[in-house]
Design a protein around this ligand. Structure first.
Ligand code: DON
Length: 309
């Protein structure tokens, strides 16, 4: 399907060069104050392929707050633990609402639209907090395992900042609890969720960690089955329809890859049977997606003709 450019590094260098200065079109997230301290000019793109290539350009070694990209990993863990019963507590439909919207959750009786909006990820956090004796440790170990790097860490500054400014997430969780859809105590769920959002990783680490989703659930580096083939399919479907929040339709229209963004400015995109792209640039558009990060991924995907549609 894909013609791999002979010089992937050169393609990525050119893409980074094409984005100089464009970070000014976005705004670094400040509703979690610790995120606002990051330099807006940093940017990076990495591509990891199933046949073992790892190529990048820009600030590829700089760690950033993975934020909502953590929702993908939490979902894998919850699917592995709960199996199909998870889908009685969260749906798989696009929400058409901002990622932290509360309005739909009451109409729909505490059942979140999908696991990658905040309400859905908090539901997943409840599953993990209720099914692991130490879900935060289990999550961090999972991330270190997938990245094959024991140095991956939780940024305590970001964690504290999320906790202090987490009233919207608390409201979402209490509302779900009022409908009987949250098992653990709300502070415990929030603590798990803020912990996973506060993990710092760089583009190389994130791209490599998600290779299993481009390879039917199997990590091509180790042949380990990280999730079932069916769950890999399902996660990619959810990322295609909801991973870029209420800009998911436009992203499918213009790029055509399953993807997930975070308010730290990171975006991951899965290229089935080929590899994973991770881009990063902190300033966001009004949907909470990185402006330059989206340009980098769409530039790469369009140049190589990677759309899955
Ligand atoms: O809960 C929050 O609002 C953040 N910790 C994560 C939100 C996020 O990354 C949404 N992404 N675009």
């Amino acid at each position: 399907m894909t013609s791999i450019p002979k010089n992937l590094a050169k393609t990525l260098d050119k893409l980074i060069a094409s984005q100089q200065g464009l970070y000014r079109e976005g705004k670094v997230a400040d509703y979690i104050p610790a995120l606002a301290t990051v330099s807006p000019e940093l940017m990076a793109i990495s591509v990891a392929t199933l046949d073992g290539k790892l190529v990048g350009a820009g600030d590829i070694q700089a760690p950033f707050s993975i934020q909502s990209i953590s929702k993908v990993f939490g979902l894998v863990m919850a699917m592995n633990r709960l199996g199909d019963s998870l889908w009685q507590r969260v749906r798989m439909e696009p929400s058409g609402q901002p990622f932290n919207s509360i309005i739909q959750l009451e109409w729909e009786k505490g059942i979140p639209r999908n696991p990658v909006i905040n309400a859905g990820a908090l539901l997943v956090a409840d599953v993990l907090a209720s099914h692991y004796s130490s879900s935060k440790l289990a999550f961090l170990s999972f991330m270190r395992h997938l990245a094959n790097d024991e140095n991956i860490y939780i940024d305590q500054n970001v964690y504290q900042s999320e906790l202090i400014h987490g009233n919207r997430n608390a409201a979402l969780t209490y509302l779900m609890k009022s409908f009987g859809n949250i098992e653990a105590e709300v502070p415990e769920v929030l603590s798990h969720y803020f912990t996973q959002c506060s993990i710092s990783m760089n583009c190389h680490q994130l791209a490599q960690s998600l290779l299993f989703l481009a390879n039917k659930g199997v990590d091509p580096r180790t042949n380990e089955q990280i999730c079932t083939r069916q769950d890999s399919h399902r996660i990619n479907a959810i990322l295609s329809t909801s991973g870029m929040y209420d800009q998911s339709g436009e992203f499918a229209f213009s790029v055509g890859l399953p993807a997930k963004s975070g308010v730290g400015g990171g975006i991951i995109a899965i290229i089935p049977n080929y590899g994973v792209i991770c881009s990063w640039s902190p300033p966001l558009n009004k949907f909470g997606n990185s402006v330059v990060g989206m340009n980098l991924i769409s530039g790469f995907a369009n140049e190589l003709g990677l759309s899955i549609y």
